[in-house]
Design a protein around this ligand. Structure first.
Ligand SMILES: C[S@@+](CC[C@H](N)C(=O)[O-])C[C@H]1O[C@@H](n2cnc3c(N)ncnc32)[C@H](O)[C@@H]1O
Length: 502
């Protein structure tokens, strides 16, 4: 990889205009918080469903914030003389049309994953809203959406030097990685994409957001960075599994069959990571007759040679999946809809696909250790952002198999509470549950020994004397209590109920 970026930097006049726009956006408070306050809950909720009428009603006052929101988020023309002077045309974001200014691009503020604070502005192609009567084009550059946010919230918060955003699109992940509120302080960010215009829009996003020095490189998969390693790789890849033929939309479909693009990313990530480096991806995977999804994705992870934590967050049947992505490309109800739907179903039938999973893949390179792989389904709400504690999740997975032989000190994880379930008035509970009130919010049914241990282990003593005292208290055989604990504790450590204290 040459040190010079492979993509031309912005024209200085455009960069200067974008600086003026940034100042005007900041002065108007064109931020997620500002727009949320302006719209209120009802119009904001409608806009999240792509309905702009309530938001149009809420932004008719002519203030700079209302004008920017109408022009760049709702994408409606505004009177030229209502727009704060800031060179939107010179920046390439809007064009004068009679007495009005018309948006050329969609420009949306980005909220920090910490939930408070502003992470920049994202420039993308104009949104194609349902009912517009024209499907999304093949070269569309998509803006920040729900999937982008889901990945951004998964990414580990620890400081990093060298970062790769693969398939950067509008640049949203790079902006999140650099968000000062999270504190990663990356030294160097490289953003790649196969689509040249995506790189151009990412450059606009970075300049508009004041993020300097991002290196942009064009190419597929890891091709632009073949001789480099990164402390952090993030990718919201084109994971949609579409039938062959028809129009391929670069923002969501790779052109490779089935879930092959995601598999290739997973199995080739290790060579691009430094020791201890993380790779976070969103992915779709197929649940194929005769091969369960866990085995399929677990096989990718095993081949990767990394520690892997793979979480299925959602699953859809073939019809639901086809409908979702036909809606996404605004093809639902358009001419040819039935044929496209049919093609999707036929392709899944031919591949014997029973369902399509969506989820998170986290890989960590750990030189010198035996990789651990965990594949699981978590459909319930978890604490966000997961990136704030994902390194603890990986540490638990690695510590668990070692614990059965090592017998280190244990500490009950923060936020774990005990619940007892049984008939009212009964002396003893029927079931004892340990519940995480934060983090992944897991619940585990446990026996009296683990519950008692949870009550006393604060990280100061190894478990053996604690287990012996519990055996005595419960009038049980100490060797049986130790054997029981050795059998059940690794799972509770892997699930994050107990932490191994170094
Ligand atoms: C779902 S969009 C993600 C955009 C953005 N990173 C986000 O998080 O919202 C996928 C991106 O991958 C790019 N892409 C498609 N095929 C690719 C390939 N073979 N190699 C690298 N990037 C690719 C698309 O152009 C698009 O920008």
């Amino acid at each position: 990889m040459p040190d010079e970026p492979r993509v031309p930097v912005l024209d200085p006049a455009v960069a200067a205009a974008l600086e003026r726009v940034r100042a005007a956006f900041a002065a108007a408070d064109y931020t997620v918080g500002g727009v949320r306050g302006l719209l209120g809950a009802v119009a904001g909720g409608a806009l999240a469903r792509d309905e702009i009428v309530p938001a149009l009603r809420a932004t008719g006052g002519g203030s700079p914030l209302e004008v920017f929101t109408r022009l760049f988020w709702l994408q409606v023309p505004v009177p030229v003389d209502a727009v704060p002077a800031c060179d939107l045309a010179a920046a390439g974001l809007a064009v004068a049309d009679g007495g009005e200014l018309r948006p050329l691009l969609h420009v949306e503020p980005l909220e920090s994953v910490t939930g408070s604070g502003h992470a920049g502005w994202v420039v993308s192609d104009l949104k194609v809203r349902p009912g517009s009567g024209r499907p999304v084009s093949a070269d569309h550059v998509v803006g920040a959406g729900g999937a982008s946010a889901s990945l951004a919230r998964l990414v580990v918060h620890s400081p990093v030097d060298n970062v790769l955003d693969l398939g950067t699109g509008c640049g949203v992940q790079a902006l999140h990685v650099a968000d000062p509120a999270v504190g990663r302080r990356p030294g160097r960010i490289t953003a790649t994409d196969v689509h040249p215009r995506a790189l151009r829009l990412a450059a606009l996003s970075f300049a508009l957001s004041g993020l300097a020095g991002v290196e942009l490189a064009e190419g597929s998969l890891f091709e632009p960075v073949e001789d480099r390693r990164f402390d952090l790789i993030v990718s919201n890849p084109p994971f949609v599994v579409a039938p062959p033929g028809g129009q391929r939309r670069t923002y969501r479909e790779s052109g490779l069959p089935g879930d092959e693009f995601c598999r290739r990313l997973v199995v080739s990530a290790r060579d691009r990571l430094t020791d201890g480096g993380y790779c976070h991806l969103l992915a779709n995977w197929l649940d194929v007759a005769g091969e369960g999804w866990r085995e399929r994705v677990g096989g990718w992870a095993a081949e990767s040679g990394c520690d892997a934590w793979i979480v299925q967050r959602d699953v859809q049947d073939p019809a639901e999946y086809a409908e979702l992505w036909l809606r996404d490309s605004v093809e639902a109800g358009a001419p040819g809809y039935a044929e496209r739907y049919e093609a999707w179903l036929a392709d899944f039938e031919r591949r014997k696909v029973a369902g399509i999973g969506f989820g998170w893949i986290t890989l960590r390179r750990r030189d010198g250790g035996v990789p651990v792989v965990r594949v699981e389904e978590l459909r319930h709400a978890v604490d966000e952002p997961v990136g704030a504690y994902v390194d603890g999740v990986l540490s638990g997975l690695v510590a668990a198999p070692e614990f059965s032989t090592g017998w280190g000190k244990l500490r009950l994880a923060d936020g774990v509470v005990q619940e007892q379930v049984g008939p009212p008035g009964a002396a003893d509970p029927e079931r004892i549950l340990l519940r995480q009130t934060r983090g992944l919010r897991r619940v585990a049914g446990v026996g009296t020994v683990e519950a008692a241990l949870a009550g006393v282990c604060d990280g100061t003593l190894p478990p053996e004397p604690l287990l012996d005292a519990i055996a005595q208290l419960l009038a049980l055989d100490p060797s049986q209590v130790r054997a029981h604990a050795a059998a059940v504790l690794p799972e509770l450590i892997a699930d994050g109920f107990f932490t191994v204290v170094p």
